[in-house]
Design a protein around this ligand. Sequence first.
Ligand SMILES: [Zn+2]
Length: 492
Amino acid sequence: METRELMQRRTFLKTATAVTLTTSLSRYSAAVSAAQEKSLRIAYGGIGIEGSTYSRIRTRLEDFDVLTDDALTNSARFAFLKKYPVRFMPTVVAAATPGGPVDRATYDAIKTDFLKRLAALLPLDGLYLPMHGAMFVDGMQDAEGDWMESARKVVGARCLLSVSYDLHGNVSQRVIDNIDLFSAFRTAPHIDREETMQRACNMLVHCLQENIRPTLVWAPIPVLMPGERSSTEWQPGKRLWAQLPKLNEQPGVLDVSLLVGYVWADEPRATACSVVTGTAPALQEKIAISLAQQYWDAREEFQFGTETGTINECIERAMKAMTHPVILADSGDNPTGGDRPATDACYSAGVGAALSLSIGATLDPLGSKPVKVHAKVVFLLPAPNPRQREAVVQIDGVTLVLTSVRRPYHDIVDFTRLGLQPTSYKLIVVKSGYLSPELAPLANPSLMALSDGAINQDIVHLPPNKYRPPSYPFVADLKFAPRAVRSARSRT
Ligand SMILES: [Zn+2]
């Protein structure tokens, strides 16, 4: 049932995107000459990573995919920007696989480059910031707030800042006070990345062309849920997020967003929230408060959407399953694993070789133990860069994929390019939380192991947390009445 709904939803979203963009573009093309006449100057740049405070693995410069200049302009992720009648000028976009805290020097280096490139493009009418929202930088609170405040200082007070976010991002008053327009994903698993980025850019271009100074309103909600319990594929997430497009249609409303936040961040800003952009502040506040109240009222309904258990319980269940492939998500290790020495050893040995391997505990020697095995190398992915190496080994009846660096296996092609057919296996174990949109429909059944790790789903027993504000479920008897706060940019 979920599978069919997911496919229908994907088809719908693809169609909806085409329709929305066509409508938007016809409106924009009518204004092409006006825009060219005004020569609007818009830049874009951002940084995106979801980083758990509880991971011991630091995210360093080599872990980021940093795009600038032509590489950014020509990247598929930002191809949609070419459809606007206004040129979006590139600065820096840096993205990394979810993981641990970002090393401070790495963050500073990327930010410095971004600000330098931004300053070189002045004066600017608009700036689009594609962000994730759950970045945790060593020794820093509210890294996204820092990024936006720093950008604001460079571009000045008149420039409109539009931001797109993952719905697992954390917002703060500093974030809200430095920007003008905001849009977050409305689906988890995420199948609306591009639509969200388009919404943020549509609003920005529209406001600049029409000379609109929008108002931004938000309402924090003291509830922190793992994404695995707040998917938009099942209740209560399904009904909470399903109402956003309709609310967005009201006159004076430019965007309505509802965010889960990111629970594995030891930060005062870790919270769910609603954010509404528009030109009708009273209505926006009403919507933000209503969504916050509904989310709060639903707090006890959030549940895992799949069967869960300990690792042993899940393995036992998988072995008894009469159907296949069982897909078992190792949720505690959701930021994924990798083992460079073991992978390199396989490349040195070559396909067909048998060798002894010590697997695991190279990324986090303190929190994990290696496994000693005797393995046969069955496949080596051709990789000009050693960081892209992936080896497939056979250990008795188990086929294991070893990678040089951490990376997820979310798409079918991640398996087939290694010569593996997911549907032919009885059990597939992936380091993941909820299953990706491509794997979920294959799972027969889907299981999630509530394993220990940096993304432990047992959130109330996370290690001591210094900064998290009182929130449900950490404080069970919390009292809450939602309150909407406007951006300092639009407060009178
Ligand atoms: Zn997310």
